[in-house]
Design a protein around this ligand. Structure first.
Ligand code: AMP
Length: 620
């Protein structure tokens, strides 16, 4: 994808921008791009594509990432951070039950705030930590491609919630990357195998992902280029590491080692586990493994056959199959309905894993692509689609921007949030804010900002002929219907009188992908400012309503109000009007409260009279 093009106006050579795909994994991370239509993983470190997701902070303030950081896991565990992904978007409370898993210091503030890690006298949140990994990947890709990279697609597990996805996006931003899309890891893996690239294809697939420390199974349904997650299951603390531990345990037994002593010798335990990992890898191609290591003056024989290894790991693999059963059940399908099984994660290289999965799903799994790279390669394909290099493919499964209407004060009221699967429809009731209002202007907008002025207007129309009624009485139902082609139909109906108006708008064709992304980015960058602006406008709206009703009330019930009350009310009205000029929401609300306080006694009197009137003449 790193094409060179010539600007014919200026005669200069332009390097085309590269959008990368990143697999930000628990154990390892990778970065990939597309070259001549084919995804390629960057050899980021030590001529290897995988970069261990490990960060080491040296005493001198240097930050090491990946292979360089790995040795410090043993020599300086309290300054070396691994498995950051497990902390993304989580509070201490969320991970408290697993806190002994981490050898570094996680701050126990027992709150719902985002968890923090302490290294020396500094504190880091998982977003900052992940951004160091992303920066290292970005630098490696820039070096290999010799172009600046500032846009990416990043993958996350299908079960990641909104705050985990947002945290991942923020980490990208912090690393200097505009994250164009966050996509699900199983979706990326499918794309890498070309599944879902054909728009007419309808398929149900299972993605079995057994990594170093986590296991995920996802069932996806692909139709018209739409990837729908039917179910996910798994175990966030089950993976290749457990296979290593089980084999190390077995050797402790065969060598008659006193477990109570071994478990206190952390260095030996670690060497034994590394030996077991080595054996496991060898057994993926050979039929037996043999080596000798030492423990003090003892020789430890590490021997195992593939058959023996399979017996040891069988209960662990069985657990993954139980998860697969649950996932199939939750997806409300039968195993026969699954058209393809995709293997992801380094541990799926173990022949016994392949064989067990094949048996369970009763079909040959897709395993030709390197299982460590498959997710990153799929992310690179998605990046290629986003950069417009695959014009034939539209993966527009969802509406890319929110759709809504303008409400009082210029606020955006979203009816269909972005990322809603299409076709879809939504409706909501509104009312008028002025007495006797017979016309209602309905303005339809698209975008993520809180104020319509920052979004894009798609259409405007008038609902005419509303019978005159007091403010708040008309019931105006607005309905948005978005069909599969992305065409929006808006209907407005006054329910009391039945008058109706409708209009058709085509949102998607009006915007290029770039514009969509720009608007999303702007919404992220401006989110805080927008929220403040929204709060001010809400306060102003509320103040306007109160002023309007109070003045109307005083006119209507002049006989019920004493001169003193009139004077006090007038004073509070002036206060509120002054507060409105400041645009300070706290001052506005304070003045609203003051006015409410002053008007309360005579409002109550009026209410009592109204009730007495209503009861008059009613017989019990
Ligand atoms: P991942 O988290 O997907 O990078 O997976 C890493 C896990 O895959 C680790 O537990 C590795 O020990 C394991 N692994 C890597 N290569 C092999 C192999 N050839 N055979 C078995 N397991 C492997």
């Amino acid at each position: 994808m790193a094409k060179i093009s010539i600007d014919i106006k200026t005669g200069t050579i332009k390097k085309q921008k590269v959008i990368v795909g990143i697999d930000l994994g628990t154990t390892n991370s990778l970065i990939a791009y597309t070259k001549d239509g084919h995804p390629v993983a960057v050899r980021a470190q030590n001529n290897q594509t995988i970069v261990p997701s490990i960060i080491h902070f040296t005493e001198q303030g240097e930050i090491l990432v990946g292979h360089e950081a790995k040795p410090y896991l043993i020599s300086s565990p309290e300054r070396t951070i691994y498995s950051v992904k497990r902390l993304m978007g989580k509070s201490y409370k969320d991970i408290a039950s697993h806190s002994d898993f981490f050898t570094y210091k996680i701050i126990d503030d027992n709150t719902d705030h985002l968890v923090k890690v302490r290294v020396g006298d500094k504190f880091y949140n998982p977003i900052e930590l992940s951004s160091h990994i992303l920066k290292a990947l970005k630098n490696a890709a820039e070096k290999e491609l010799n172009v600046e990279i500032n846009q990416a697609v990043i993958t996350v597990p299908a079960y990641f919630n909104d705050s985990q996805r947002q945290a991942t996006k923020d980490a990208g931003k912090l690393a200097g990357l505009e994250v164009l899309r966050i996509i699900n890891e199983p979706t990326a893996a499918s794309l890498a195998y070309g599944i879902g690239l054909n728009k007419d294809e309808v398929k149900t697939i299972a993605v079995y992902d057994l990594g170093g420390g986590t296991f995920d199974i996802s069932i996806l349904r692909i139709e018209n280029g739409v990837f729908e997650v039917l179910s996910t299951n798994g175990d966030t603390y089950l993976g290749g590491d457990d296979l290593d531990k089980a084999l190390a345990q077995y050797w402790i037994g065969t060598n008659n080692l006193p477990y109570s002593k071994v478990k206190d010798d952390k260095n030996f335990l670690q060497s034994l586990r590394l030996e077991a990992e080595q054996a496991k890898k060898v057994l993926s191609t050979e039929h037996s493994y043999q080596n000798t290591i030492t423990w003090g003056d003892k020789s430890i024989h590490c021997y195992i056959t593939r058959n023996g290894f399979e017996k040891i790991i069988s209960p662990i693999i069985e657990k993954t199959i139980q998860c697969c059963k649950n996932a199939v059940q939750d997806a409300h399908i039968s195993i026969e309905q699954i058209d393809a099984v995709v293997m992801v994660g380094g541990s799926t290289r173990v022949p016994f894993v392949k064989q067990t999965v094949k048996q369970f799903f009763n079909r040959e799994p897709y395993d030709e692509i390197n299982p460590d790279e498959v997710v990153a390669l799929g992310a690179a394909i998605e990046a290629d689609i986003l950069s417009g290099n695959r014009k034939d493919i539209i993966l527009l499964d969802v509406t890319p921007l929110s759709l809504g209407i303008e409400t009082l004060g210029g606020l955006m009221d979203v009816l269909i949030p972005r990322n809603t699967k299409i076709p879809t429809q939504a409706s909501r009731q509104y009312t008028t804010s002025i007495d006797g209002q017979t016309n209602l202007k309905i303005s339809v907008y698209q975008g993520e900002r809180e104020l319509v002025k920052d979004n894009r207007k798609l259409a405007e129309f008038d609902l005419k002929g509303i019978p005159p009624m007091p403010a708040g009485l008309p019931k105006i139902q607005i309905n948005f219907t978005l069909n599969a082609d992305g065409i929006l139909k808006v209907t407005a109906k006054e329910l009391r009188s039945g008058i109706q108006q409708d209009i058709e708008v085509k949102p998607q064709y009006g915007l290029t992908d770039e514009q969509v992304e720009q608007m999303l980015l702007a919404s992220l960058q401006n989110a805080q400012q927008d929220m403040q602006e929204r709060q001010i406008l809400e306060a102003i709206g509320e103040a306007d309503q109160i002023l309007y009703h109070t003045q109307k009330f005083i006119q209507k019930h002049a006989d019920l109000i004493t001169e003193q009350e009139k004077e006090n009310t007038q004073k509070s009205i002036l206060h509120l009007q002054d507060a409105l000029k400041t645009r300070d929401k706290n001052l506005i609300y304070k003045a609203i409260d003051e006015l409410n306080e002053v008007t309360k006694p005579f409002a109550e009197r009026a209410m009592d009279i109204a009730i007495a009137e209503a009861l008059k003449g009613k017989k019990i």
